[in-house]
Design a protein around this ligand. Structure first.
Ligand code: NCD
Length: 450
């Protein structure tokens, strides 16, 4: 369902879903115009200020945003070291962005280690907030660069086949890209390094929100890319199905439009991992005929995943991909600042009800902003995906949770999640719980649990 939106409502770019497909294509066309002469736009955003707030290391994202803003004639203010910012004195992210968005800057780019942090910032800042990467969750502006590059190289996105390789668990660029490719009707083959599979929550969202068909199969047809064999295949626009995976033996891939390599996100690993067999590709690898027209992409920085001998190969497009980050970010900034309008419909917004309560279930993701930075001032908040048995999705980090118990806010009676009595409670009167212990400590469960 399309939600009505006021003309003057600010637009944020926190998730790739904050822009509709037509809007994204409109930004590509705008970026093309900027790219023809990057120096010709220096009066477009005169007087506007971009604040870059980076609580994690960055080279490309921060510098390309700063370059983009300056090429548009705007200026920048920067706080790029959490250690010297007031966060080190205990200031919340909510307060920081309220201050920065109140007359200091007209737009904010935030990079933060907690999943959902950019969503929090967008709610507290009066100016548009752009997600420059929130933990292992999303990195939607990298996806704009990736898609823009693919669109220029291949002339379209629907119907193309992209192979995602390496660390698919913690690579936020992969998650946003996977959502976008599913939406645009591309097919994906996810070939993870063992132990770093694409998160179930990402696959569930592609399936539930975009009707993608997710199948699991053995992957053995491109030797050298993975020491494991488990692959996930995502194909677009198949009828909705209840189970997440159907088992198939997929056909060998005859045509691969792009290989998207990722580095091992060492800084996010929860435990040691033997990475000696982490995939790496080189000129030799690309000799097979099916790679004749394959583009090799990487969000960068690379470590050892792509051999330097590939850099001169015309199929290696990772530096072009990084360069296109400037015109596409110029287009995004100009659009969010309201300097240019796009002739495109607003993105579809979910009409699913939202559940928010201090009392009951918490997000189960320890990296979620509600369990970190925001625990002092954020109540857990979920969209209700299904009533019975209940299924909720965290609005900040997208993790799905299945509460086992439902209580009535007034009577404090407790019911099993799938009980008929639970379904009869109006959504706004429900409180969801993980287990009886949690319900008990909130004072629920005085009646018999049905
Ligand atoms: C990526 C990131 O920060 O997630 N870098 C980038 O913005 N281009 C990828 C990475 O760090 O591996």
């Amino acid at each position: 369902m399309v939600r009505e939106r006021m003309d003057d409502e600010k637009r944020d770019f926190v998730s790739i879903d904050d822009l509709g497909n037509e809007e994204i294509l409109g930004l590509f066309r705008l970026a093309d115009a900027y790219d023809e002469d990057l120096r010709a736009w220096a009066s477009q955003c005169t007087g506007s200020i971009l604040a870059t707030l980076f609580f994690e290391p960055s080279t490309r994202t921060r510098l390309s945003f700063e370059s983009a803003m300056q090429r548009l004639g705007g200026s920048i203010i920067s706080a790029n070291d959490g250690e010297v910012m007031s966060a080190a004195k205990g200031e919340s992210l909510a307060d920081t962005v309220r201050v920065v968005g109140g007359r200091y800057a007209d737009i904010i780019v935030l990079r933060h280690p907690h999943e959902g942090a950019a969503r929090v910032a967008s709610r507290f800042a009066d100016v548009p907030v752009i997600n420059g990467g929130d933990g292992a969750h999303e990195h939607p502006t990298q996806t704009l660069c990736d898609l823009y590059t693919l669109w220029k190289e291949k002339g379209r996105i629907d119907g193309i086949e992209v192979l995602l390789a390496g660390d698919l668990k913690y690579s936020r660029t992969v998650h946003s890209l996977a959502y976008a490719l599913a939406r645009f009707g591309a097919s994906l083959v996810c070939v993870p390094f063992p132990g770093l599979e694409i998160p179930k929550s990402v696959l569930e969202r592609m399936q539930r929100d975009w009707g993608a068909d997710v199948t699991r199969g053995e992957f053995s047809d491109i030797s050298g890319l993975t020491p494991g064999k488990d692959a996930v295949y995502v194909t677009p626009h198949k009828p909705h199905q209840e189970s997440l995976f159907t088992q198939i033996t997929p056909p060998a891939r005859e045509k691969i439009d792009a290989i998207y390599m990722t580095r091992l996100q060492k800084e996010r690993l929860e435990r040691d991992l033997d990475s000696k067999d982490y995939p790496s590709i080189d000129s030799e690898f690309l000799k097979e005929t099916r790679f004749r027209d394959t583009r090799v992409m990487h969000p960068l920085p690379r470590v050892d995943e792509i051999s330097y001998d590939l850099d001169q190969d015309p199929r290696a497009i990772y530096f072009r991909q990084a360069a296109l980050g400037v015109p596409i970010r110029m287009a995004l900034l100009a659009f969010l600042l309201g300097v240019v309008k796009l002739d495109a419909p607003l993105p579809e917004r979910s009409s699913r009800p939202v559940y928010r309560s201090d009392a009951g279930i918490n997000c189960a993701n320890p990296a979620c902003v509600t369990n970190g930075e925001g625990h002092r001032y954020l109540a857990p908040e979920f969209t209700i995906l299904r009533d019975s048995p209940p299924l909720l999705r965290c609005v900040y980090c997208d993790l799905e949770v299945s509460p086992s118990l439902v209580g009535h806010v007034a009577s404090k009676k407790l019911h099993r999640g799938n009980a008929a009595e639970a379904k009869r409670i109006l959504p706004e009167r429900r409180v969801y719980f993980e287990d009886e212990g949690q319900a008990d400590s909130a004072g629920f469960g005085t009646g018999a649990t049905s």
